[in-house]
Design a protein around this ligand. Sequence first.
Ligand SMILES: Cc1ncc(COP(=O)(O)O)c(C=O)c1O
Length: 430
Amino acid sequence: MTSTAPNALRNREAAADRVSESARLDSRWADLERLRSSHPMMDAVIEEQQGRRIRIGDHWLSDFASCNYLGFDLHPEIIAASERAVRRWGTHPSWSRLLGNPRPYLEIEEQLTELVGAPDTLVLPTITLVHTSVIPVLAGQGAVLVDAQAHKTIYDGATIARGGGASLHRVRANDPGHLEETLRSLPAEISKVFCIDGVNSMTGNAPDLPEYARICREHDALLYVDDAHGFGIIGESPTSGHPYGRRGNSIVKYFGESYDNIVLVAGFSKAYSSLAAFLALPTSLKNYLKVAAPPYLYSGPSPTGSLATILAGFKVNAAEGDQIRLSLADKTRRVLDQISRLGLRTLNTSGYPVIEIPLSHADDIDAVGRFLFERGIYVTLAAYPLVPKSEVGFRVQVTALNSDSEIEQLNQVLSELSERFDLQHASQPA
Ligand SMILES: Cc1ncc(COP(=O)(O)O)c(C=O)c1O
């Protein structure tokens, strides 16, 4: 080692310190950074898991922060399929998809296309990669319109599109009229894409898809929907007996819509407990994205075990999915009923298993989180700027594997919490 090496190392460390110092000074992130560095429910190390019980340090908690809604992460057939596939194909395909597709990719796309009832589907590694690579391709030099409550990764994709020459427009949430107004203000001849969440990751509610689809079709715009939290949960033919619908084939089928002018994006990393994402789209667009969307050409593929767990997940979904969804809807209903009995406000008006409970005072988030942690309940803290200050609180996610006694424990702790802290009330204006 030369004598300059320690100096070079010191310089690099000093540069890294300056970067983290300037991040600290960006006050937008200050609340989140404070929680991240000090709160037991952020950046936590999970030492052990038994069902939906997790151990952090020596503290066991009931996990209500999991996105494994259907419990496929612990399903014996799905676990076994992963091992078989790894023995057959090795741990990782390694080729980018343009170079080589192990057969399971084709089987997934074939079965998925049938499940979601779309013209075709394309599997890529993650939704984040889909948004950041596909939104710019779809927008080109035209316009990208983004719903105000859309997921951060959609905004990232839209920002990249803007860097490539598209104009960027924010559309007020739950306001189809504002979408129509914005589309009318744009030149007819340019390409237009409107991006929105399906089942929203914070409110747990679905948008009025038929109305948004109607407006987009009328203005020759593409409706680009990210249903990360709806795929596997909601699906075709909802009734009062099957409130989530059947087959878990996502928001377009839930509303009985066609795929005209709609590109659906969803992933397997939530309800399917795997690692891959997909687009439902026309075959011509799929073929174009195979050469124009960087992840198909350049990114590493999903691990073999993930491909196998998706295929096994389809089988379990066909055999047991509707029963699992009924049980999930019932467990979610019990939590929502308790929230309603306590007179508390939640953003969730849908009955889907994503339940955010806002606080009256955003500054209470630290203490509320510590109380929940001490009482053995693990949730997602919804801190600013992840949500607007008026919606700072915590998000409970119910999964089919949360036991009845865990649901009772959660309901009991919510009751104690409402006595100690100032939570927003149902009658309170948002
Ligand atoms: C609505 C939504 N979109 C995208 C993502 C990111 O998905 P992925 O992990 O597949 O990149 C998430 C993950 O939390 C999400 O909730």
